[in-house]
Design a protein around this ligand. Structure first.
Ligand code: FES
Length: 104
């Protein structure tokens, strides 16, 4: 069953930026791409559990702030050493100006 959870107002995330979202003991990263689409992944780097929301968004890449590992935030794919385990991604929708992520 799809469980849509409200994150924030869409305009609270700048283009080419990321925010941290904590929900029921889990942490997520929610992104707004340069072309104004929204994406969500697990919030912690798969290398050493650092918050990715403190990292840098560049095009469709999130760069981890600790060792500069890179992931595609659109697919979760690990893109550069030292990360080699992909991130889990979540469906996102925008409705009535708010961002929701799907937690199955
Ligand atoms: S903790 Fe993210 S690359 Fe090492």
């Amino acid at each position: 069953m799809t469980n849509w959870v409200e994150v924030c107002a869409a305009d609270e995330i700048d283009e080419e930026d990321v925010i941290r979202f904590d929900h029921e003991g889990r942490t997520f990263a929610v992104y707004r791409s340069p072309d104004d689409q929204f994406f969500a992944t697990d919030g912690l780097c798969t290398h050493e559990k650092i918050h990715l929301a403190d990292g840098l968004v560049m095009d469709d890449i999130i760069e981890c702030p600790k060792h500069n590992g890179r992931f595609s935030y659109k697919t979760g794919e690990a893109k550069g050493a030292p990360v080699c385990v992909n991130l889990k991604t979540y469906a996102v929708k925008v409705e009535a100006g708010s961002v929701f992520i799907s937690l199955a």
